[in-house]
Design a protein around this ligand. Structure first.
Ligand code: ATP
Ligand code: MG
Length: 317
């Protein structure tokens, strides 16, 4: 495998990674968000102040939450600019660790462009946060990995952060919508805080089942092959292959795409003009370092394999 081939493969795959797949699951998220944004804009136009609403997106790791929200916020930012709201913004950040009230406030302030030392009190930091959210006309704040709000900090810290989020949403001068995305533990946080939950629209990215989505994933694979300029061989167009891909991706949409791209990369590295099952076998092996006995693209009874496991080995003496 020459260096040229590696560089070329990396370039072509990077290009493919730039595509966002507008799957049907994206529709409720995008619609939910548009409604929130429209309500807020009407309030701004009419000078009315009402509580902002938020949105919570949950789903397992690899479901595609971060990718979907990033795409959505970019799209929405463009739409706001087209409609003359270019000075209004959306701030997005990952929940920091530890997720204490003070640290979350500090990170938010930094995302707003006002870094501040740690020697300040939490109330002072949040006062500044509220001030700058208004000054910069921030419509929405997105917190990714929001389940981490409950992970490290004490229950007391969680309560103070969620209560601060409610304060932002109900600010009498400049209410800000909160968007939370995270794994299913995010649902627990909302179930414990009914005041926060009732201000949120909830969207969940469900896991895919191989039986229901096998066909769908074959269409996705064909589309990627077209973009990649590779001809799919018969063995990757069988329904059972679609089911294998879903299962090998631990039933998660995002991981499914990653796996397809890994197989495409393998085909490029082999200098192939077609995509076949061997590319998937190798791609899965590279991801997990599992023996062939634990590779869903090799064994007939692939459903027994736990696709979240890595480094699985056959028991050898
Ligand atoms: N709609 C999509 N179009 C193209 N690629 C996608 C899409 N959704 C997900 N992906 C790919 O899948 C990968 C995993 O998705 P993502 O990071 O969004 O998962 P997640 O749900 O945020 O997982 P985690 O909970 O572990 O953060 C992304 O890096 C991206 O490459
Ligand atoms: Mg994520």
């Amino acid at each position: 495998m020459g260096n040229d081939l590696i560089t070329q493969a990396a370039q072509r795959v990077a290009e493919l990674k730039g595509y966002f797949v507008d799957h049907e699951r994206f529709v409720p998220l995008a619609e939910g968000f548009s409604i929130l944004a429209e309500k807020r804009l009407v309030d701004i136009q009419t000078g009315r102040i009402s509580e902002a609403q938020g949105l919570a997106l949950s789903g397992q790791s690899g479901a595609g939450k971060s990718a979907a929200i990033t795409h959505l916020l970019a799209q929405e930012g463009q739409r706001l600019a087209d409609r003359g709201y270019g000075d209004s913004t959306i701030i997005s950040l990952r929940v920091p660790s530890p997720a204490t009230l003070k640290f979350v406030g500090q990170m938010l302030l930094r995302a707003l462009g006002y870094p501040i030392g740690a020697d300040r009190h939490a109330w002072y930091i949040w006062d500044l946060v509220q001030h700058h959210l208004k000054e910069r006309r921030v419509l929405f704040v997105h917190l990714d990995e929001a389940q981490d709000l409950a992970s490290r900090g004490t229950k007391h810290e969680l309560d103070s952060v969620t209560s601060m989020l409610k304060t932002l949403m109900t600010d009498p001068e400049w209410p800000v919508g909160i968007i939370l995305s995270g794994t299913n533990e995010l649902e627990d946080i909302l179930n414990h805080d009914h005041q926060l939950a009732r201000r949120m629209k909830a969207v969940r990215f469900e896991s895919l089942s191989p039986a229901a989505y096998g066909e769908d994933i074959l269409d996705l694979l064909e589309n990627y092959c077209e973009l990649a300029k590779l001809e799919p061989e018969d063995d990757v167009l069988e329904l059972s292959h679609g089911e294998r891909v879903v299962h090998a991706a631990a039933n998660q949409f995002g991981i499914t795409i990653v796996l397809i791209l890994d197989a495409i990369e393998d085909a490029y590295l082999q200098g192939q003009k077609t995509l076949n099952r061997r590319n998937f076998i190798r791609a899965y092996h590279r991801r997990t370092s599992c023996d062939a006995e634990f590779n869903p693209f090799v064994v007939p009874d692939f459903m027994r394999i736990d696709a979240r496991q890595v480094f699985s080995r056959e028991n050898r003496r």
